[in-house]
Design a binder for this molecule. Structure first.
Ligand SMILES: NC(=O)c1ccc[n+]([C@@H]2O[C@H](COP(=O)([O-])OP(=O)(O)OC[C@H]3O[C@@H](n4cnc5c(N)ncnc54)[C@H](O)[C@@H]3O)[C@@H](O)[C@H]2O)c1
Length: 322
């Protein structure tokens, strides 16, 4: 298949490109290599594919309709996996219009081109953040998600809604995957596991928000990739698809446990600076993955302690400054 991946130089996207190429697909990767975090990491994420004939890297911006159109008119695209986004929760509070521009306008650009060029299979990276401070746990796809608590979450919810519009009006098959905090090799430096590892290994003080009891459903990157790949199979084999699916690890880990696991993995004790809760951060996330199991055979299997070991070994090899 010819698969267009947006954001394919990023953390999740680069792993997806690796897997799709291994499976024999032709991959077109659109990424603008923005400087939200060190662009050298993104270059390294894709460098091993540069001379691969099954891989085409297109450095452009999903907000640029004309340059996107060129890609759709020059190539037959069978399916889009749309991962490109401004992905940070806290920075979205400082810069909501940028988040709206990339995450909503960029998504509509892609959907509009799918409509025009008759690409009928679309998978979108949504987020557990749409659940806000959901009262009941685990979070289910049938829960009401009208109470976002960050601009980022609002843009992800908007992406889901415009996805429904294009499914309804133009019969584009659509799977909206709500990822729950993804971690593992190549994880973004702005995410807590990477940030903590950096600070601890450099002997620096780390900001520790709240009492340590906030919790996250962490999902190892390989589990997320198998969830996306299974979604590709499902959307390929079925018509008239519109599904929202949680992809979580299905176990919650408190902030304190997360810190302890990293300390143990590094063999270094953290220097902690206790701070109050951050606005925009949710108290907990916990995925109900019953639907993912039933519909796409999703079965997350990596234990947190093992995933952290994999992350630390990548970190030590590629990121750590001696
Ligand atoms: N990592 C997580 O825990 C997590 C959780 C929930 C949802 N998500 C979603 O999954 C997707 C991938 O996240 P990630 O952690 O890999 O982030 P990432 O920042 O590593 O990857 C996103 C990629 O998109 C590219 N990009 C951003 N704006 C662009 C634009 N205007 N045009 C073209 N390319 C652009 C970036 O350069 C980057 O390479 C995002 O949509 C994010 O919102 C991630």
């Amino acid at each position: 298949m010819n698969i267009l991946v947006t954001g394919g130089a990023g953390f999740i996207g680069s792993h997806l490109c690796d897997t799709l190429i291994k499976q024999g697909h032709n991959v077109f990767n659109i990424d603008n290599f923005n400087d939200y975090y060190d662009v050298k990491i993104k270059r390294a994420n894709v460098s091993h594919h540069i001379n691969n004939p099954s891989y085409t890297l297109i450095e452009t911006d999903i907000r640029d309709f004309d340059s996107l159109e060129q890609i759709f008119s020059d190539n037959r695209i069978d399916l889009v996996v749309h991962l490109a986004a401004m992905a940070g929760v806290r920075p979205s509070i400082e810069n909501p219009l940028l988040y709206e521009d990339v995450n909503v306008r960029g998504t509509i650009n892609l959907l509009d081109l799918c409509k025009k060029y008759k690409v009928t299979k679309f998978i979108f990276a949504s987020s557990s953040s749409v659940y806000g401070n959901n009262k009941s746990a685990p979070f289910s796809e049938t829960d009401v998600v009208d109470f976002a608590i960050s601009p980022y979450a609002a843009t992800k919810k908007s992406g889901e809604i415009v996805g429904h519009v294009y499914h309804h009006l133009y019969n584009i098959d659509m799977i909206l995957l709500r990822f729950f905090t993804v971690y593992g090799p190549r994880q973004r430096p702005d995410l807590a596991i990477h940030k903590f590892t950096n600070l601890i290994s450099q002997g620096m003080e780390l900001p520790f928000y709240g009492d340590g009891q906030t919790s996250r459903d962490y999902t190892y990157i390989d589990d997320i990739i198998s969830g996306i790949v299974n979604s590709i199979h499902y959307i390929e084999e079925n018509n008239n698809v519109y599904e929202i699916i949680n992809l979580g690890g299905s176990q919650t880990i408190s902030l304190s446990e997360m810190l302890l696991t990293i300390e143990n993995g590094l063999g270094i004790q953290a220097k902690i600076n206790r701070m109050s809760y951050q606005p925009g951060d949710v108290e907990r996330t916990h995925a109900d993955i019953t639907k993912a199991k039933r519909l796409i055979g999703y079965n997350p299997s990596i234990k947190f302690i093992d995933g952290i070991k994999e992350f630390i070994s990548w970190y030590n090899q590629y990121i750590k400054k001696d």
